[in-house]
Design a binder for this molecule. Sequence first.
Ligand SMILES: Nc1ncnc2c1ncn2[C@@H]1O[C@H](COP(=O)(O)OP(=O)(O)OP(=O)(O)O)[C@@H](O)[C@H]1O
Ligand SMILES: [Mg+2]
Length: 305
Amino acid sequence: MPMTDAVSASRLTKTFGSRRGVVDVDLRVRRGEVFGFLGPNGAGKSTTIRLMLGLYRPTAGEITVLGRDPLLDGVAMRAKVGYLPGELALFPRLTGREHLEWFSRARAMRSTTYRDELVERFTVELDRPVRALSKGNRQKIGIVLAFMHRPELLVLDEPTSGLDPLLQDEFAQLLRETAADGRTVFLSSHELDEVQRIADRVAIIREGRIVVTDGVEQLRRSAPRTVEFVFEREVDPGAFSGVDGVRLIENVDHRMRLAFSGAIAPLLRVAAELEPVDMTARAADLEELFLTYYRDDARTTEVGR
Ligand SMILES: Nc1ncnc2c1ncn2[C@@H]1O[C@H](COP(=O)(O)OP(=O)(O)OP(=O)(O)O)[C@@H](O)[C@H]1O
Ligand SMILES: [Mg+2]
């Protein structure tokens, strides 16, 4: 029997009264990949995740998770999923150990070896009531709860928030191991850097809609490079309007910064005519690409076509 995708959503829409949650979301997460879900505050990441978990009923569209309908088949589906919510709700008076015991029993886990390994790796504080723990230390308990039963699919809503850099590295390592084991990771984040380090593919969501889905490598290749020219006098950026793939980022104090995704030669020919006194160029930068999807393009002006 062919394996279904880990997650498959088609025209998935969720509105809250007149408020949009997410609109026409199409997603395909393949088995065994680390899939990053990026977007600014309020974009719809947590809403999408809650639809995946069957915590919300879609207003329209379809979603299957591990081949199952999260609403009709939620119990069977959730047994194979590890979920780390964006706002982790633990029992304030219980200790970490009590949480782990309780959830291990609820999931009828036969072995606790892996669980205890994770506790060691992330130096989880087990003996104090969780209300007395820092945010990062609570988050570590959430991570163990999500991973300890070796679920087929990990759904992680901003998992590294509150973790120090050392633990973020440890966590990235854990995600790679999980994927290498043939299991699937879906994680949301605000941080491009984090996602480009650990994800195979990413989707960017903005104002409830997916604006791009692609492999991290493909995105990198299509990302604009940044070139900066310094001129002796003020230069009209319109000079570059005949060059394909050029966009003005900034033009102040005789310094002109351009994002470009075309061939370099035509750009240099035009620039040379303007007698620049200096030039720097940066390799393709996902950050630039990301920002163009992330924010309104009001701060950038289209040069050329
Ligand atoms: N239960 C709800 N009732 C009403 N509106 C909601 C509800 N849940 C989400 N929304 C709205 O849906 C939109 C998307 O919110 P969501 O929490 O999915 O964003 P997010 O991408 O997770 O943001 P953040 O990065 O801040 O966590 C927001 O406009 C939000 O106000
Ligand atoms: Mg959220």
